[in-house]
Design a protein. Structure first.
Length: 388
């Protein structure tokens, strides 16, 4: 599908657009990579431990060492931790030994992982890799700067790029073998992100228009748009495409659902407070809301998949990073990690053998553990299930 626009106008706005989009998407990706895979999409959940029997049989390392350069992001590949950085991507096993690596340059690395596969890409660059826990499946160099990429549970990926003169964004769908299956070229509304349905049949694309945000829904068997839903005056920061065909979306003021009937409903509104961070993956939703634009005073809010309020807790400590996985929330403060249940009850920790000072990112891993990652290594912290 191709819609044309005055190329001179596009050329004048192109440089400003790329700077804006890359800045916005960098913030979004670094927020939900924790991992949004995060970055699931979800950044996603480590499954290193498995069940209780597996925990006894597999000795997990207390510390991981990754050698992939700066700006590292993390995800899980069916029990194997993966890190991407400015020098490429590296996969380790549960014991901390390297499984494989692929070296390539990235300026702003990002990961979306789901279903044992991940897409690693360079925001504003052109390099992209799809990998499993044992190998690189697809290596791509795109024709234009990458804005975002996502992967579904079947290994299909949706890649958004700024591609050609006369186009404000190209979305390309690749199957699990890396073959291009579908393309949508936009002349109006800058493309921010796209997500495939779990059944590989449809896609939703998020655009930034002159009036606000727009969701465009396509069936992959047709070039014609099925439906369009506009949110005038609203900037959508992130979204998830649900199996129901609905979209869960977050703006700077509210968490909402966009339904199949082209209507939106707010799950939780927080205007008057500032969004400090969030998680849309992991079994329940988390919002970190700040009272002021400066300082650390605010609250944590947890919300069930059905939209019900699970917990609410005031906090005045700086939250460096947070991640949801295995039914719990891991929070990284400057002085260490704290675990919470879905209703924000603090969970006891195994006597700490690791020190979290200097770490900058946390990722929940499997049943009751989290990685705290710094410049040179990632340390493991655990919930103490022996304390009732």
């Amino acid at each position: 599908m191709l819609m044309n626009e005055n190329p001179k106008k596009m050329k004048r706005g192109r440089r400003r657009l790329i700077r804006f989009v890359c800045s916005l998407l960098s913030i979004v990706v670094l927020t939900y990579i924790a991992v949004t895979l995060i970055s699931g999409r979800s950044l996603e959940l480590f499954s290193i431990f498995g069940n209780n029997s597996d925990r006894r049989q597999v000795e997990m390392a207390d510390e991981y060492y990754f050698d992939v350069g700066r700006n590292r992001v993390f995800a899980d590949l069916g029990g194997s931790p993966v890190a991407a950085g400015t020098l490429g991507v590296q996969v380790l096993d549960a014991g901390g030994d390297e499984v494989f690596r692929d070296s390539f340059r990235m300026s702003y690395p990002a990961i979306s992982a789901l279903g044992g596969r991940a897409v690693v890409f360079d925001i504003s660059g052109t390099s992209l890799r799809v990998l499993s826990k044992t190998e690189i499946i697809v290596s791509l160099e795109t024709g234009g700067p990458i804005v975002s990429a996502s992967i579904n549970q079947n290994g299909w990926i949706a890649v958004c790029t700024q591609e050609t003169v006369g186009s404000k964004g190209l979305v390309t769908v690749y199957n699990n073998e890396g073959r291009a299956e579908y393309k949508v070229n936009f002349a109006r509304g800058y493309v921010l992100s796209a997500q495939l349905s779990p059944d590989n049949r449809s896609i939703v694309i998020l655009n930034l228009t002159d009036d606000g945000s727009r969701f465009s829904f396509y069936n992959l068997s047709s070039e014609e748009v099925e439906r369009v839903f506009d949110l005038p005056g609203v900037l959508i920061l992130d979204m998830r495409y649900l199996a129901s065909g609905e979209v869960r979306a977050i703006s700077k003021d509210a968490l909402m659902i966009v339904g199949n009937n082209n209507a939106s409903a707010e799950i939780y509104r927080f205007d008057g407070r500032f969004l400090g961070g969030y998680s849309l993956d992991g079994g329940f939703l988390v919002l970190h809301l700040l009272d002021y634009n400066v300082g650390h005073s605010g609250c944590l809010v947890t919300i069930g998949e059905d939209g019900s309020l699970l917990g609410e807790m005031e906090t005045d400590k700086e939250i460096v990073s947070m991640s949801v996985g295995g039914g719990y929330l891991a929070i990284l403060h400057n002085d260490g990690i704290v675990f919470y249940s879905a209703d924000l009850e603090e969970l006891p920790m195994v006597e700490e053998s690791a020190f979290a000072a200097g770490t900058a990112k946390v990722l929940a891993i499997g049943e009751g553990a989290a990685l705290a990652a710094g410049d040179h290594s990632a340390m493991v912290f655990r919930i103490d299930y022996s304390i009732e």
